[in-house]
Ligand binder design. Structure first.
Ligand SMILES: Cc1cc2nc3c(=O)[nH]c(=O)nc-3n(C[C@H](O)[C@H](O)[C@H](O)COP(=O)(O)O)c2cc1C
Length: 219
């Protein structure tokens, strides 16, 4: 059976790509092939839970490709390749959440199947991901986008209610990876969601409710 790790290593080997956010790839708007997550990483679950916290002081340097890869895999990667199921649950198996990664070099959409980042928008829009000072200089803001076309048959209110739960699971995965690897992280609701959706050119069928900032701690 081909595992997610095998598939990703194969893809990297086939393309010869290992592009680092911050370099020319983003300007060229090419997909960023993420390195395969290590087979094993992080501390114990008990230690991660003891360390989990929100922090708001970030060093400006970008995340290393390995950390970015593992962060996104933990967030919402494929943990059961045969069914393409994810590390986080979703309401009615809808998998309606996309993760956009806003960096200094542009905004990218995480593609869990190929475990890579696809170009979404050129330019640095980090300062629009929130109202707090650090959001414009922290290296990574994850923007959680809900796609309601995957959520038929229920009211808009119900879509928002269950989408919030689904994103909460992803957010906790991110918190635990960060705690496990000594990264700084904060989940955030304070932002102008309509302005950000306009900037990101989202469709009418998409909405933003939360973002999450990640980086190395300032000290
Ligand atoms: C739904 C939600 C929204 C939040 N929004 C913000 C926010 O906009 N800005 C912020 O700095 N922290 C935000 N936080 C983080 C909380 O302030 C933080 O989790 C809380 O103070 C407890 O601290 P701890 O995470 O270190 O345990 C949010 C947390 C949640 C769960």
């Amino acid at each position: 059976m081909t595992t997610r790790r095998d598939a990703t290593v194969g893809l990297i080997a086939a393309t010869g790509l290992l592009l680092v956010p911050g370099l020319a790839a983003a300007q060229q708007q090419q997909p960023i092939e993420l390195p395969a997550p290590r087979a094993d990483f992080g501390t114990s679950l008990a230690q991660a839970l003891k360390q989990r916290r929100s922090t708001r002081d970030f060093a400006p340097r970008p995340l290393a490709p390995q950390a970015l890869s593992e962060l996104l895999w933990c967030a919402y990667g494929i943990n059961r390749p045969a069914s393409a199921d994810r590390t986080a649950p979703s309401w009615r198996h809808a998998r309606e959440t996309d993760i956009l990664a806003a960096t200094a070099d542009g905004t990218w959409r995480y593609d869990p199947v190929a475990h890579r980042l696809l170009p979404h928008l050129a330019g640095d829009i980090r300062s629009q991901t929130g109202v707090q000072d650090f959001v414009g200089s922290a290296p990574l803001n994850l923007i959680y986008v809900t796609n309601i076309e995957h959520m038929g048959g229920v009211s808009r209110e119900e879509q928002h209610r269950v989408a919030a739960a689904d994103i909460g699971f992803i957010g906790q995965n991110v918190y635990l990876y960060c705690a496990s690897e000594g990264l700084a992280c904060v989940f955030r609701a304070s932002l102008d969601v309509d302005r950000l959706a306009t900037t990101l050119k989202l469709a009418e069928t998409q909405f933003i409710s939360f973002v999450q900032t990640v980086g190395y701690p300032a000290s």
